[in-house]
Design a protein around this ligand. Structure first.
Ligand SMILES: [Zn+2]
Length: 401
């Protein structure tokens, strides 16, 4: 089986479409083929297994939308597969079947959980399986929404590390590797991290620990130094386009536009897609915001903030990302003579006049304001306050051009 990439052939595309077509049915199988892009990394992971030199602790590092979790699962399935091919697991042997259902007795999962809901991962395994099997491209925010209606902050606590130690010291059920796959280790609290560290310092035979992290910033340096780092790069544009066209059935133009602006992040691509019909609405909102802020019309600014606050969080997130894209494109337009810009024709017309307001004097502030806005919306900030505040910041930035 070949790896999904730019040169994906029609039969594979068809297989992918069929296997992903029905929502709410379990369709995700843990094949390398179904990880979007990442050819080089797949080849590296496959050769690691085939050479028998597998680092006992590895840290997969990259934004969730780059596919670290999907890669880690494909890697484990390949490792456990009893009939592996040169480029992928067979998908049919008993081990593959168990990994697919996330029910392999030697594959253990740890992930952040809201302590008031459950102190250990095991009690949320049903939800975890449902989420991962449906779509392994998700982030912490999406996970919290799934497990806690109050969307409280999740952590990996000492209760979990005690479980981990218990599980890893047991003998492997199937006589092969014992794997711990920890998703978002940056959410471990200190007590948990210290316990995990002990496990990493004294590696057990045939035990593999895979940490799938977004960023190493919040992780203890001592843990980082004991793991082999596997950097997950952004998804390349070609496979992203193929994915959007073949599986999401979007036109080539839409696939081009989305893959050009999401920086290799599949979660962002799917988010943009969800609101694709509203692209015109985003543009309208953006133009209106810039107009009222430029005119320093405070009453209109308040009305603008009120109107966007009435829309859903998902739409607000997409709008903020859309605005970031427009700022980047404006700057490109100003500083490159040839058109590197990736926008639709009517957006291009708008940028002809607007781009001059985005310069080296204010771009950093604009990006910060909208990035911060996105960060806080994701964490359930009050939209009305947030967007009112954002208007005043835009007013200052736009006059600093
Ligand atoms: Zn197999």
């Amino acid at each position: 089986m070949k790896i999904l990439g730019a040169n994906v052939n029609a039969r594979q595309t068809c297989f992918l479409v069929l296997s992903r077509a029905k929502k709410n049915t379990y369709f995700y199988t843990m094949h390398f083929t179904q990880v979007v892009g990442q050819q080089k990394l797949k080849a590296r992971l496959i050769s690691e297994v085939n050479s028998g030199k597998i680092g006992h602790a590895q840290m997969f590092l990259g934004k969730p939308g780059y596919g670290g979790l999907a890669l880690a699962l494909a890697f484990v399935q390949y490792l456990f597969c009893e009939n592996k091919h040169e480029t992928d697991s067979c998908g049919e042997c008993a081990s593959c079947q168990k990994v697919k259902k996330l029910q392999h007795p030697d594959l253990n999962f740890s992930f952040p959980s809201v302590q008031a809901v459950s102190k250990v991962s095991d009690r949320l395994l049903l939800e975890w399986r449902e989420q991962v099997i449906e779509d392994p491209y998700f982030d912490l925010n999406m996970w919290v929404k799934k497990i806690d209606t109050k969307e409280r902050t999740p952590i990996i606590s000492i209760h979990e590390s005690k479980e981990i130690i218990k599980k890893l010291t047991l003998k492997s059920y199937e006589g092969g590797y014992k794997v711990l796959l920890m998703w978002m280790p940056e959410e471990m609290n200190e007590a948990c991290a210290n316990q995990l560290l002990k496990t990493l310092e004294e590696p057990l035979q045939k035990t593999l620990v895979i940490l799938v992290a977004e960023s190493s910033d919040k992780i203890l340096q001592t843990i980082i130094s004991r793991t082999q780092s596997v950097t997950i790069p952004r998804v390349e544009m070609d496979p992203m386009r193929v994915f959007l066209c073949s599986e999401k059935k979007v036109s080539t133009t839409t696939a081009d536009s989305i893959s050009a602006r999401v920086d290799g992040d599949l979660i962002d691509a799917l988010e943009a897609l969800g609101d694709h019909v509203d692209q015109a609405e985003n543009k309208k909102l953006f133009i209106e915001l810039m107009r009222v802020c430029y005119k320093k019309n405070v009453l209109d600014m308040m009305l603008w903030a009120e109107s966007i606050a009435k829309t859903g969080k998902e739409h607000q997130k997409v709008f903020l990302k859309y605005a970031l894209h427009m700022f980047r494109q404006s700057l490109l337009r100003n500083y490159t003579s040839d058109h590197l810009t990736k926008v639709s024709t009517d957006e291009d017309l708008f940028l002809q006049n607007f781009a001059k307001f985005i310069t080296g004097n204010n771009i950093v502030e604009f990006m910060k304001t909208f990035n911060d806005g996105h960060y806080h919306i994701v964490r359930n900030a009050n939209s009305k306050i947030l967007f009112t505040n954002l208007c005043f910041q835009v007013m200052r930035h736009i006059h600093a051009a």
